[in-house]
Design a protein around this ligand. Structure first.
Ligand code: WQD
Length: 335
């Protein structure tokens, strides 16, 4: 069995990807420093797949530890999730974000270079597009100046990878996620936001659970049909499966260029008010909310043109917004 390293594999998207990798017969080893995840996710993964992934609590910034890891493990490919990802926090702590997200990436790529590991999947984000001129957003849309240090670490990360692929013969794919939401069908793994949720769906589910008093909707004066901002909310299991498709493309040497990137979304935009209405339908309860002013840095609308991923990765999102919101609600009720 090919051994795949998943960094950040106990996190939200990482854990769902580990499950899908095991379902496809890959042997998985996880590196996670537990800065934004819980160790018992390992037990939940085992409950789902009956196979416990090998786990090392390491920090990718510790070169010695990482070097020792690669000395002891023959890795066929790397899926790299481990990074700080809170947009708002990154504005207040830019150096923490550059130090963690960029240093970790560089050290990982240096290990891959010296050991001739040449299959690399990078967790990127549609945030690289900023507010795109045209919708739906294709991969040809220009990368805009980042609106946050977090977004900048994704842009810089893609550039570092592209140049490393050219120089060292690494093959890599960046997946530009739209908005990942929901939880595994087993409801044993899901999103575990630390503190007050920054993202819409966990804030909605915590409000419905009575943990938060009401949802604040950040602005209803956008140039959209109902005035609230539009996003492309993709079920985390569909997103996880896109990583397997990308990995299999590289393992099968089907990539057309050393570095490729794909938009990973549903292709369907939903406004905040549409998400609220959909959540009320699946949860069968009213969601208290109030309209407040816009959040700095938010864009009006973003949803993916998924043709490239559909065609080249032979991958397509299958789950609906309703299914994703219902799974998020069921997951919340287990917390
Ligand atoms: C969605 C919509 C908010 C919370 C961010 C990152 C992106 C990725 C996903 C990491 C927006 C509105 C939200 C709330 C609200 N993260 N909202 N009230 O901002 O599209 O994307 O998270 O990779 O990189 O940029 O997601 O869930 O924060 O917001 O009205 O309490 O919901 O204004 O329109 P976003 P989000």
């Amino acid at each position: 069995m090919k051994k795949i390293l998943v960094t950040g594999g106990l996190g939200f998207i990482g854990s769902h990807t580990v499950v899908e990798l095991q379902n496809r017969g890959f042997q998985v080893v996880i590196i996670d420093n537990l800065s934004n995840s819980k160790r018992d996710v390992l037990d939940r993964i085992t409950e789902i797949t009956t196979v416990t992934p090998e786990f090392h609590q390491l920090d990718l910034r510790n070169r010695k530890d990482i070097c020792t890891f690669f000395d002891k493990n023959k890795i066929a490919g790397v899926i790299h999730f481990a990074a700080y990802k809170a947009v708002g926090e990154s504005v207040h702590q830019p150096l923490d974000y550059y130090e963690n997200n960029i240093t970790s990436l560089v050290y990982l790529l240096q290990e891959m270079k010296t050991r001739n590991i040449d299959n690399f999947i990078f967790s990127s984000s549609c945030t690289v597009y900023g507010q795109a001129e045209e919708l739906p957003i294709t991969e040809d849309a220009p990368v805009k100046p980042a609106e946050s240090p977090y977004g900048n670490t994704k842009q810089i990360g893609e550039e570092i990878i592209a140049e490393s692929c050219e120089a060292y013969g690494i093959k890599a794919i960046a997946l530009r996620y739209f908005n990942p939401i929901g939880a595994h069908d087993s409801i044993k793994i899901g999103e575990l936001p630390l503190g007050i949720p920054q993202n819409l769906i966990p804030y909605i589910t915590q409000t419905a659970a009575g943990i938060r008093k009401e949802l604040s909707i950040y602005g209803n004066d956008y140039p959209t049909p109902d005035g609230t901002a539009i996003r492309d909310y993709i079920h985390v299991v569909d997103l996880a499966k896109a990583h397997i498709a990308a990995l299999e493309r590289l393992l099968g040497n089907k990539n057309q260029t050393p570095f490729e990137f794909f938009n990973v979304g549903t292709g369907i935009g939903a406004s905040v008010l549409e998400v609220v209405a959909c959540f009320e339908k699946v949860s069968r309860q009213k969601l208290p909310y109030t309209i407040v002013e816009r959040r700095t840095g938010d864009i009006t609308a973003a949803y993916a043109d998924t043709n490239k991923a559909n065609k080249e990765l032979d991958w397509k999102a299958e789950k609906t917004l309703e299914e994703a919101l219902l799974s998020a609600w069921k997951w919340q009720q287990t917390q």
